[in-house]
Write a new protein. Structure first.
Length: 291
């Protein structure tokens, strides 16, 4: 499976702070926002990643992440000149995807939960069609909503319904087989002028090949699209890190734990950031696993 991080858009809901820099480069407590979705792909054992952003912002992402080799990844980049919808990611990334399955994660989504890596890897290995990840919310009318039957099978998807049939919001993480490229290419723009990800999901649903994984209790899903939600996400990360003494979405640590890099390589990455608490943490993690 390959992975796409969609980090485009203009971040208008966060103006004026996003007038000069991409939302996904803003800090969520102690690291750039893009670290969080990128960590999700790494936990799913995805090592080939395409990051899609605006022509203005791409140089900054390249400066931050490079080619990804320091994390044992292969990161490439592509432009989305205009916000033409989430599903356009598969049109832009068609050559990158090739003949493989693909996961898409939105650049402003944060996921956290015990056993998340195993859950992701199992669903990637068993993929047949598409896998969506649902999360219970108190205001489902603000989201795309998935309805499941008594057996857990996905039976309907509605975008921002006035009368939601469930409280399961469809999060910004999607697993697809290779058919998604052809489905996306065949879409027509919606009334908003965008290629809608819901239309992709409905295509799989009509074939009976769409599944919804309920993240539910024990997991956290945070969207950082507004000033309040960004602040809440930063506070969430701060509280967990201070209480547990671990860092969420620390790419160096995940790369080490996943076997993408060695302890010595991890330590060297920490040394470059040694003046910060983050760098000290990376060095300590490397020391703990050195033979």
């Amino acid at each position: 499976m390959k992975g796409i991080v969609l980090a485009g858009g203009s971040g208008t809901r966060l103006h004026p702070i996003t007038q000069a820099v991409s939302k996904q480069l803003l800090p969520v407590y102690d690291k750039p926002m893009v670290y969080y979705p990128l960590s999700v792909l790494m936990l799913a054992d995805v090592r080939e990643v395409l990051l899609i952003s605006t022509p203005v912002d791409l140089p900054l992402f390249k400066r931050l992440l490079g080619d990804g080799s320091q994390f044992g990844l292969d990161i490439s980049y592509a432009e989305q000149a205009h916000p033409n919808g989430l599903a356009e990611a598969f049109v832009i990334g068609a050559d990158f995807v090739g003949d493989d399955d693909v996961s898409l994660v939105l650049g402003d989504n944060i996921f956290y939960g015990q056993g998340f890596s195993k859950l992701l890897q199992r669903n990637a290995e068993e993929l047949d069609g598409c896998v969506l990840f649902g999360y219970p919310v108190k205001d489902p009318e603000r989201y795309g909503v998935g309805e499941v039957d008594a057996t857990g099978r996905l039976v309907s998807i509605e975008e921002k319904p006035a009368l939601p049939k469930s409280n399961k919001a469809i999060t910004g993480l999607y697993f697809y087989d290779n058919q998604v490229v052809d489905i996306a290419r065949g879409l027509k723009p919606s009334s908003r002028g965008e290629l809608e990800i819901t239309d992709v999901n409905l295509a799989y649903l009509r074939e009976g090949r769409a599944n919804l994984v309920d993240l539910g209790r024990g997991f956290a899903w945070l969207d950082t699209g507004t000033h309040d939600s960004m602040l809440e996400a930063g506070q969430f990360v701060q509280v967990l890190e201070h209480r547990q003494g671990v860092r969420i979405a620390c790419l160096e640590e995940i790369a080490l734990r996943m076997g993408f890099i060695t302890a010595d390589e991890c330590y060297a990455l920490g040394e470059k950031l040694a003046q910060s608490g983050y760098g000290q943490y990376v060095m300590n993690v490397a020391r703990e696993v050195r033979p």
